[in-house]
Design a protein around this ligand. Structure first.
Ligand code: SF4
Length: 246
């Protein structure tokens, strides 16, 4: 017979985890990532151009569709200079069938601006990255984190869902600003000097375990910390039943 007890939610201060919970989240996440990380081609490079290409492709497109196109695109445009000197029509054609065709147009413009104004080097600055049309806060954070190895926060769909479920549950309302909270959480949680692995790990956990429709709570490393565990499809109330043995 399984035993259940009602336990209080993890201590939070204005929805921010206390240092103990923060440390546990970091440790569990990085341990899980060491065993389950996805093998993705853009994780084998630190070239800011290639990472930018992957991040722009990943905007609104699933990983398995991006992988072959990413490789093909980089064979055709192996450097930012080659991309900048190509015709925008060719770049758009090379992008198909990924869709959202404004993305290759913007990527091409970013390449030209980088060559003309930054000597062909993608700037290692959140502010300068966000000054490019087509680079928002997430993409800028991802480039800073994955190309320049800075502890910059990211918040894509997977990370948003994971942090929301673990730390906020269904708490959204009361005139609060959930997205800002999630950005603040993403920033607060990064262990110093480990932004690269930590951010990749949050994306992987969101993509593989804490999925949108069927989160696999039974094998999730966060189940003892997560205020939404076990995930209730309706998520009307955060279920707080925890296994006694955990
Ligand atoms: S316990 Fe379930 S809801 Fe919570 S983070 Fe893990 S998979 Fe997501």
């Amino acid at each position: 017979m399984q035993l259940f007890i009602l336990r209080p939610m993890p201590p939070v201060n204005n929805h921010f985890p206390d240092p103990t919970i923060r440390r546990k989240f970091q440790q569990r996440l990085l341990r899980w990532y060491a065993r389950h990380r996805r093998d993705l081609p853009w994780r084998k490079t630190s070239d800011p151009y290639k990472i930018l290409v992957s991040e722009v492709m990943l905007q609104q497109t699933q990983v398995d569709r991006v992988v072959p196109k990413y490789k093909q695109f980089l064979r055709k445009y192996p450097s930012i200079e080659v991309l900048a000197s190509a015709s925008v029509n060719d770049v758009e054609a090379a992008w198909r069938p990924l869709g959202y065709n404004i993305r290759p147009v913007r990527l091409h413009a970013i390449a030209q601006e980088t060559v003309q104004q930054h000597g062909g080097k993608i700037p290692a600055s959140l502010e300068k990255l966000q000054a490019f049309k087509g680079i928002g806060r997430y993409t800028a954070g991802a480039v800073m984190s994955f190309a320049f190895r800075k502890d910059a926060p990211i918040l894509d769909t997977n990370v948003k869902r994971l942090l929301q479920r673990v730390f906020l549950g269904s708490m959204n309302g009361n005139g609060s600003k959930p997205v800002k909270r999630l950005w603040d959480l993403s920033e607060t949680l990064i262990p110093k000097g480990k932004g690269y692995d930590f951010n990749q790990a949050m994306m992987d956990l969101g993509a593989l375990i804490c999925t949108a429709r069927k989160p696999n709570c039974s094998i999730c490393p966060m189940r003892a910390l997560c205020i939404s565990y076990p995930w209730d499809k309706e998520n009307k109330s955060c279920l707080k039943l925890r296994r006694l043995s955990r």
